[in-house]
Ligand binder design. Structure first.
Ligand code: 0A1
Ligand code: ZN
Length: 869
């Protein structure tokens, strides 16, 4: 194949034309759809220039300018564009294209999923529907007419407000939608099909009535209630927190089964992966409920941060994504417990983004180049992007943050802008110059912050030395030290926060009053006075900067017990567990102090139950891999399994007692206490099951049978299947029989199979692929089965290379169906460089097969190329 082209930010040029308004007519037929597209175009400059329209995989039927068919020598067409040589300074350009939604397995553009027609246009899907200036700096007012067979597609939706509907004598009908807000084509959406719906309404702070509808497959209506509650809560929250109200008279959400990502914020017509809409206690876990709340909020918040103010170009993706993730995380923290939410978000960052930032595909939150933009919907752009926004929030403080956001909305409403424009608004209300801070947008990799301290009893002073280690970029370029806020406290013997009396010139520390040090250099030293005895150091409270914090280990036991910052307590517990595991990998015995501290938390009755479950977790394999020079997965797994058993032996009686207390049917429902009870109970059962003894297996069997919630049922099933496969046979059969008709629940069943440590896992995964419930065209099923396998450290990294070979084989097969999903799966190989020679050689074999495959997509080409470079 020809070498895919690299696109550079520095080569950005504004488009030569704008499309002021766009009238679309969709004629939906069983085999194909006709798209009639009338665009009012306007040239920006005075001199005649060609009009370049993007198009991908389109059958072109007709081109007209001002209603006259133009001769074929007035335009030119290639794989990616339709060029009209000189359509004039202002004209109406009409193109008619024919597309085949049923054949569209890539799920970009217009496709049919489970009988429902729907679209996905971000980032480049619109060009698979019609020819257009398909870039976000081209904002147009859309009017959309959808025509289809009434019996096949009783529901016809698009963006904005419904203007008109009607029917034809031949059994077809139409709906006409108009969106008054100019928008880029990536926010266009259309849905047509036979759907049920639930409805509600919302009155905005200004008194406007908004109709709310959630469309789902018929029969699933009752499972959309939680999504509706979440939507209303989000709408209220954005009014109260940011003074932003909804701006159309209708808000539609549609749930579809085949979707490449979580959901999409199309103006007034969000399209969701059904996983993020449908839930009830019988079929969804607590994590699913929380996920729905957060994704519904995320898409709703995009209406202001993304739609009203959008991105100038795709390099600016974090402008809308980092900011919107920050907003949805703040919302979830307000709805749930703040510290529990923070720990979840940080876990996710470190589990997914840190490895990305340490690997061959590392990129700044604002990349400067790409081959395939779809590869940049990453944890870096989203989650690290959110951490960068969070640091700005910390630096400005609540009040100035709100003022800066108000300014951002007022100044740029209705525009397509850059991250520099956002930073400009922040700067107007910032206590510090943000020039150095802006490096967070242009540099990659995770910095480390190493802290050392010494206390001098004679003078009552503590000196804190901080060294900022900034790794080189992927290409070896040196990078500069960052400006970051570091929240800290000095704690007395009972955990009380002591006053921060910084000595010397404190002029450069405008945030100290709020307990925040501003770090700007690679080496800095701070002296605090007035300390009657040696304090414990509580650093990076709340995880205020996305860094690897190297902790002074001597304080961890105290911090774990009494730090008033819940995040630091958690961090101390994780860090103590990590050093314990590392010692075990060196052949040492389990540290008795660790077991004692663990027990201390276990027996602490004052703790919130969800928080306690988090404090009692062990670092994951991915986390442990991050601190190893050369990764030895099997050593990590051995040590982790051994520590789990030792903990179970040391705490068995207390755990059984507590488990019994928590395992009560009273604990149903979604309030924090019930969620907490389930989280803790299942954490305890996890430890107990590490012993694989009859009593624990009985508990798990009983929990499976008696459970009223999917959370409990699934936890028991997974522990049984992974730890006691013979006992698990009956519940596995039962689960399959109960839920084989429910695709969303089956994704859970497939992940249980694919994440198992049992030796026959790969053959079971292969067998599951043959199951009639499995369908390789449905991304949720692929992620749950093949994706879970690729994350299964026991088998992906199998010594004989079978795990790598299997995943490579699936990447090749999937690439022909859905390149985005194939590229996502390729990410499993990102650890390549850090593995030992044996595993590396096997991975190389697997990856080279992928690379050599004829016709590989540019999505996969870009990722695999970077890994092997
Ligand atoms: N903007 C969406 C994410 C999204 C991106 C690409 C998609 O398909 C190619 C779909 C969704 C969000 O942030 O929620
Ligand atoms: Zn988003």
């Amino acid at each position: 194949m020809s070498q895919p082209k690299t696109i550079y930010l520095k080569e950005y040029e504004a488009p030569a034309y704008h499309i002021l308004s766009t009238e679309l007519t969709f004629e939906i037929f069983e085999e194909h759809t006709l798209v009639i597209n009338r665009m009012a175009i306007k040239r920006r400059g005075d001199v005649p220039v060609p009009l370049l329209l993007d198009g991908d995989d389109l059958e072109l039927l007709c081109v007209k300018v001002d209603d006259v068919k133009i001769p074929t020598d007035a335009y030119e067409r290639n794989e990616e564009t339709l060029t009209l040589f000189d359509p004039g300074a202002e004209a109406t350009v009409q193109v008619v294209t024919k597309i085949y939604p049923d054949k569209n397995t890539a799920l970009e553009g217009l496709y049919r999923s489970g009988g429902i027609y729907c679209t996905q246009c971000e980032p480049h899907g619109f060009r698979r529907i019609t020819y257009f200036i398909d870039r976000p700096d081209n904002m147009s007012v859309f009017t959309v007419k959808v025509i289809a067979e009434q019996s096949v597609c009783p529901v016809l939706l698009s963006n904005g407000n419904l203007e008109e509907e009607g029917s034809f004598p031949d059994g077809r009908h139409y709906a006409l939608w108009k969106d008054p807000f100019p928008k880029p084509s990536y926010l266009f959406a259309l849905v047509a099909g036979d759907l049920g719906r639930i409805s509600d309404n919302f009155t905005t702070a200004e008194g406007n009535e908004v109709a709310l509808h959630i469309y789902v497959d018929k029969g699933n209506e009752p499972r959309a209630d939680h999504a509706m509650r979440s939507l209303k809560a989000s709408m209220r929250w954005d009014e109260e927190t940011y003074g932003r109200s909804y701006d159309l008279s209708v808000y539609n959400i549609v749930a579809v089964d085949s979707f490449n990502m979580g959901a999409m914020e199309n103006k007034g017509l969000n399209i969701f992966n059904s996983h993020y809409v449908l839930a009830d206690e019988e079929t969804a876990t607590d994590a699913d409920f929380l996920g729905i709340e957060s994704v519904i909020a995320h898409e709703y918040f995009h209406n202001w941060t993304g739609n009203r103010i959008t991105c100038r170009d795709w390099f600016q993706l974090t402008l809308k994504e980092g900011l919107t993730v920050f907003r949805d995380q703040s919302f979830s923290a307000d709805m749930q417990s703040e510290v529990v939410q923070r720990i979840r978000d940080v876990d996710m960052l470190r589990e997914r983004q840190f490895p990305e930032d340490a690997g061959p595909t590392a990129h700044p939150i604002k990349p400067e180049q790409y081959i395939e933009i779809n590869n940049f919907y990453t944890a870096t752009v989203y989650e690290k992007g959110s951490e960068v926004i969070r640091m700005l929030h910390t630096i400005l403080g609540e009040k100035a943050w709100r003022a800066a956001m108000d300014l951002y909305f007022e100044t740029f409403d209705g525009q397509a802008v850059r991250t520099e424009d956002f930073l400009w608004a922040m700067q107007q209300h910032s206590p510090i110059d943000l020039a150095q801070f802006a490096l967070w947008y242009s540099q990659e990799r995770t910095p480390s912050l190493c802290a050392e301290h010494s206390y001098d009893p004679a003078s009552g002073r503590l000196t804190l030395k901080l060294e900022q280690i900034v790794p080189d970029a992927v290409d070896g370029r040196k990078q500069q030290p960052y400006c970051m806020p570091l929240r800290l406290a000095l704690l007395g013997h009972a955990g009380e926060e002591l006053p921060l009396q910084l000595e010397g010139d404190t002029g450069a520390q405008p945030l100290l009053e709020r307990g925040i040090l501003l770090i700007t250099r690679d080496e800095e030293s701070f002296t605090f006075g007035g300390l009657a005895s040696e304090p414990a150091l509580s650093l990076n409270r709340h995880f205020g900067a996305p860094v690897v914090m190297e902790y002074p280990q001597e304080d961890v036991m105290n911090l774990m017990r009494f730090d008033s910052d819940g995040f630091v307590r958690y961090e101390a517990a994780q860090s103590f567990a990590r050093s314990t595991l590392e010692a075990m990998m060196r052949g040492e015995a389990v540290s008795p102090q660790f077991l004692e501290s663990f027990k201390h938390i276990l027996e602490d009755e004052s703790l919130d139950l969800q928080f306690k479950a988090q404090l009692l977790s062990l670092p994951t394999v991915t986390m442990l891999m991050q601190t190893q020079q050369t990764v030895d997965v099997h050593a990590i797994l051995e040590a982790s399994d051994a520590l789990r058993r030792e903990i179970a032996v040391a705490c068995e009686a207390t755990m059984r007692h507590l488990y019994a207390l928590l395992h009560r049917p009273a604990h149903m429902g979604l309030e924090a206490e019930s969620i907490g009870a389930r989280a803790l109970k299942n954490r305890l059962l996890g430890y107990l099951m590490a012993q694989q003894d009859a009593e624990s297996i009985d508990s798990a069997m009983a929990q499976y049978e008696e459970s009223h919630t999917m959370t409990d049922r699934l936890a028991a099933l997974q522990l049984l299947h992974h730890g006691a496969p013979e006992a698990a046979e009956a519940p596995m059969r039962d689960f399959y029989e109960r839920y084989s008709g429910d695709m969303l629940v089956m994704t859970k069943y497939f992940s249980v199979i694919a994440s198992s440590p049992q030796p026959d896992t790969l053959s079971r995964v292969r067998a599951a692929m043959e199951d009639e419930v499995f369908n390789i065209k449905v991304p949720n099923l692929v992620r749950s089965l093949i994706g879970s396998f690729a994350r299964n450290p026991y088998h992906f990294h199998a010594y004989d290379g079978s795990g790598y070979a299997f995943v490579a084989e699936q990447i090749i097969a999937l690439d022909a169906i859905n390149p985005m999903i194939a590229a996502g799966l390729s990410g499993a190989f990102k650890t390549y460089n850090r593995l030992n020679a044996h595993s590396r050689a096997q991975m190389r074999d697997a990856l080279e097969k992928v690379q050599a495959h004829r016709g590989i997509s540019k999505n996969v080409y870009e990722i695999v190329g970077k890994i092997l470079a």
